[in-house]
Design a protein around this ligand. Structure first.
Ligand SMILES: Nc1ncnc2c1ncn2[C@@H]1O[C@H](COP(=O)(O)OP(=O)(O)O)[C@@H](O)[C@H]1O
Ligand SMILES: [Mg+2]
Length: 430
């Protein structure tokens, strides 16, 4: 029975506000602003059994299925920038898919009735920006490799994920990035994360104290300067810094600083290409054909930025190959799943067309780099007072310490197996 929305005519007011719920009538009004047919249903989108609070499934009379999303403008304070990058990205992919004849489904944005690519309902109370995408049909998505019933299936999913990143990176390799700016200023700035660590270790509490460490870029500085100062009582911060469980990891992070910033340097010097990258390549954001298991798309395009695909690679492999997951409190349990690592490498290297030899040589180190960078970010946040990776009501108070130790342990294990990883890359590069 189609829902009866017949009473809704007027534009609802006060649609801004980050934690706001929306009534069915408001959602109907918003959905109807887009070029969809007669709407027969709107509901929260249930993804892998979880309710996604900012995505709604919209269905129309013609059998169309759409995802209506509200941009999280608490995190992405410049929604127009996010949407501009997303449009460039999917436009570039659509052209490249045609040219290269690869099996890939770029995201399609549904325009508004007035021909805009997205709906901006922002007012003086705040941002309210909405987009509608065609829901890609017949796909499955996964939270982790363990969701598959057999080891063989997990490994072939890992291989498909590697193929997916290769296809994605090839398809956007020609995207013009002259005007592309990160929608998260300071994201993936390894040197910046280290500067935060130094500032927090020095116990800085005021802006003047942090001055010499702050980023030079005005926008990055504005967005991140608070991350250079303690967010907790200095005594508590001292206790955290002097915690013997943390000491060796601080030491490890500091010892590794100069090589950890090497990838960033390689982009700066042009040793590796600077291209558009996705920025959030966890497996959840890849879509796979539900019949063949083949990778079909990479979604969640809010963090597009100019950098190197090696960062997307590193983030993907560090998360896929970490057996214990990101919240494991026992460092002994943190191990690298070498079969997964090899499968994802095979998938990537047997597919990628545009990756250069200089770039593929960086692949093992890029994984270590992103694990280290994330470890530094978690650890710094713990030392500063958990004001970036906010703790939820059910989280242990030292979760960021646990996560920092976890990623730095992972980085150490990855480094120990560097010769094996290099041999694996060489093997599949042939
Ligand atoms: N265009 C699409 N077609 C089909 N499914 C999609 C599409 N976009 C997103 N999804 C599904 O919805 C999930 C959540 O969307 P995403 O954009 O990743 O939002 P979030 O910010 O919640 O991660 C994805 O993991 C994917 O399973
Ligand atoms: Mg996502």
């Amino acid at each position: 029975m189609p829902a009866d929305f017949s009473g809704v005519v007027a534009r609802p007011t006060n649609l801004a506000g980050s934690t706001r719920d929306f009534s069915p009538e408001e959602l109907y009004w918003i959905a109807r602003e887009f070029e969809v047919g007669v709407i027969t249903g709107i509901e929260y989108f249930i993804d892998r059994g979880n309710i996604n609070l900012h995505t709604f499934l919209v269905q129309d009379e013609d059998g169309g299925s759409f995802l209506l999303q509200r941009l999280n403008t608490d995190v992405f304070t410049q929604p127009h920038r996010v949407m501009g990058a997303m449009q460039d990205w999917i436009g570039c992919q659509a052209r490249a898919v045609n040219k290269r004849k690869v099996q890939w489904v770029p995201i399609t944005l549904v325009p508004t009735r007035s021909g805009e690519p997205y709906l901006d309902l922002s007012d003086q109370t705040g941002h309210s920006v909405w987009r509608t995408m065609v829901r890609i049909p017949d796909i499955l998505s996964y939270k982790n490799l363990g969701q598959l019933p057999t080891r063989m299936k997990s490994l072939s999913l890992a291989e498909e994920t590697g193929r997916g990143l290769a296809l994605n990176s090839d398809l956007v390799s020609e995207m013009n990035i002259d005007h592309l700016v990160s929608s998260l200023p300071g994201y993936r700035d390894t040197a910046g994360y280290y500067a935060q660590l130094h500032s927090v270790l020095a116990g800085h509490v005021s802006e003047p104290e942090t001055e010499s460490l702050l980023p030079k870029d005005e926008e990055v500085r504005h967005a991140t300067s608070h991350l250079y100062r303690l967010a907790i009582d200095p005594e508590e911060a001292r206790r955290r810094r002097e915690d013997p469980e943390v000491a060796s990891f601080i030491e490890q992070a500091l010892e590794n600083e100069s090589w950890a910033t090497g990838l960033q340097q390689a982009v700066a010097t042009g040793e590796v290409r600077r291209t558009a990258v996705h920025g959030d390549t966890k497996i959840e954001n890849f879509l796979f054909c539900k019949y063949t298991g083949q990778v079909r798309s990479l979604v969640d395009l809010d963090t597009i930025m100019p950098y190197t695909w090696l960062a997307d690679w590193g983030d993907m492999v560090r998360s896929l190959s970490n057996v214990a997951g990101e919240k494991e409190p026992d460092p002994e349990q943190i191990q690298v799943d070498q079969e997964v690592y090899a499968a994802v490498t095979r998938g990537f290297l047997t597919t990628a067309q545009e990756a250069t030899a200089a770039e593929t040589a960086w692949m093992p180190e890029a994984v270590e780099t992103i694990a280290t960078e994330l470890g530094v970010r978690f650890l710094t946040d713990y030392l500063r007072g958990d004001n970036y990776f906010l703790l939820g009501p059910g989280d242990p108070p030292d979760l960021n310490k646990t996560r920092g130790i976890g990623q730095l342990t992972l980085a150490k294990r990855l480094k120990e197996m560097r010769p094996w990883a290099e041999e694996t890359v060489r093997h599949y590069s042939r």
